[in-house]
Design a protein around this ligand. Structure first.
Ligand SMILES: Cc1cc2nc3c(=O)[nH]c(=O)nc-3n(C[C@H](O)[C@H](O)[C@H](O)COP(=O)(O)O)c2cc1C
Length: 364
């Protein structure tokens, strides 16, 4: 086999059988933080996608930290039991590693689900008080968050640890801190959202690294620990690739195993030039600066493009989100193109192109 994309990669104590990752994707469908039958089916069918790692959606460390009323959480025992049922199902369907992303939405909490507008909740939609490093709204009309006290910051570090403990009991192989997309950890990192006058403003990495260290202490070394970080704020005065490198280096010193380099979403006014692989240059810059494993993401959908990103050493893995919603068989079809034989679930083996001549006709 001469595909790098389909070669295994080691992150921390976990070996991914290939370098394709199902990117974390919020489903906005939970009941007070609890996964339900939607997640059972959604993650169940992605379990046998063939991807080397299946990442579970951004899951929030407190109830107030949820982006929407429908976001998942790991803040009580009901959340944990509901998720354990869904992940138990995933485990029965696939041996491939499964990970979870944990985070807190900060000033972007109390939002509408995408199909209801993706804006801030109105007075009639049961909004709640949001919190952030500084009392600065995400954009025009958005809720003005309350500035977190030092005591509350310490409580949030503890909340990250509690959720990580919960994820450990559920049995995830990989834990990822969400420090991108304008959510709380990113809000502390960016000068656009953190204008504090205390130690958490003087050193904008202080809170994210406190959370990272605390989670590192309890997350087993024989599993994998990483973070999603931001390569650019795409806004004047915001973070850029050099800041991403500094943060990745600090995470590396703490003992993290990988970073996934995304970008944007810290301010509503940002203008992003979205094009195939538009965030890959950020991942490449980070990869050149650290020994951590690096994952690229964003508008990667073509198997040849995905192969080139890892073959050319720009990243160690690629994550894809919308490509998997569009085509959960992406990995099977990409494997064919690269002449790689994957284990299909035996129930579906009769659809393999080498045993079913109709396979080519079935592709629109
Ligand atoms: C439905 C949906 C939900 C998402 N939820 C999350 C999430 O929970 N955490 C996260 O870091 N990114 C989330 N994202 C962003 C994706 O993980 C990914 O970074 C982004 O869609 C770009 O990749 P793509 O071009 O392959 O879709 C979401 C994207 C989609 C489409």
């Amino acid at each position: 086999m001469n595909s790098k994309l389909f070669s295994p990669v080691q992150i921390g104590g976990v070996t991914l059988p290939n370098r394709i990752v199902v990117s974390p994707m919020c489903q906005y469908s939970a009941d007070d933080g609890c996964m339900n039958d939607w997640h059972f089916v959604h993650l169940g069918h992605l379990a046998y996608s063939g991807a080397g790692l299946l990442m579970v959606e951004a899951t929030h460390v407190t109830r107030e930290g949820r982006i929407t009323h429908g976001c998942t959480g790991l803040y009580n025992e009901h959340n944990e039991a509901a998720m354990a049922r869904v992940i138990g199902n995933v485990r029965r369907l696939s041996r491939n590693p499964v990970g979870i992303q944990i985070g807190h939405a900060g000033r972007k909490a109390s939002s509408q689900v995408p199909w209801e507008g993706r804006e801030y909740l109105t007075a009639a939609q049961s909004p709640w008080q949001t919190v952030a490093p500084s009392a600065i709204a995400f954009g025009e009309g958005w809720h003005v968050p309350r500035e977190l006290s030092v005591r509350e910051i310490a409580d949030l570090v503890a909340a990250f640890v509690r959720s990580a403990e919960s994820a450990k009991r559920i049995g995830f192989d990989v834990l990822e801190l969400h420090s991108a997309h304008g959510y709380l950890l990113h809000q502390f990192l960016s000068p656009l959202s953190n204008q504090r006058k205390d130690a958490y403003g003087d050193d904008r990495m202080k809170f994210p690294l406190e959370a990272a260290r605390a989670v590192r202490e309890i997350w087993p070394k024989d599993r994998a620990l990483g973070a999603r970080i931001s390569g650019s704020d795409w806004a004047e005065g915001g973070l850029g690739p050099e800041d991403a490198i500094a943060y990745a280096r600090a995470l590396e010193r703490i003992g993290f195993d990988y970073v996934c380099v995304s970008s944007g979403s810290i301010v509503s006014r940002a203008k992003i030039n979205v094009a195939p692989g538009y965030q890959v240059p950020f991942a490449e810059k980070v990869k050149q600066a650290v020994k951590l494993k690096v994952r690229a993401v964003g508008m990667i959908a073509d198997p040849a493009h995905a192969e080139s990103i890892v073959a050319e050493g720009k990243a160690d893995m690629v994550a894809m989100a919308r490509a998997f919603l569009d085509n959960p068989r992406w990995v099977w079809h990409a494997a064919e193109r690269h002449g790689v034989t994957l284990d299909y679930p035996p129930q579906y083996a009769r659809s393999r192109p080498d045993v079913w001549p109709g396979a080519k006709l079935a592709r629109p």
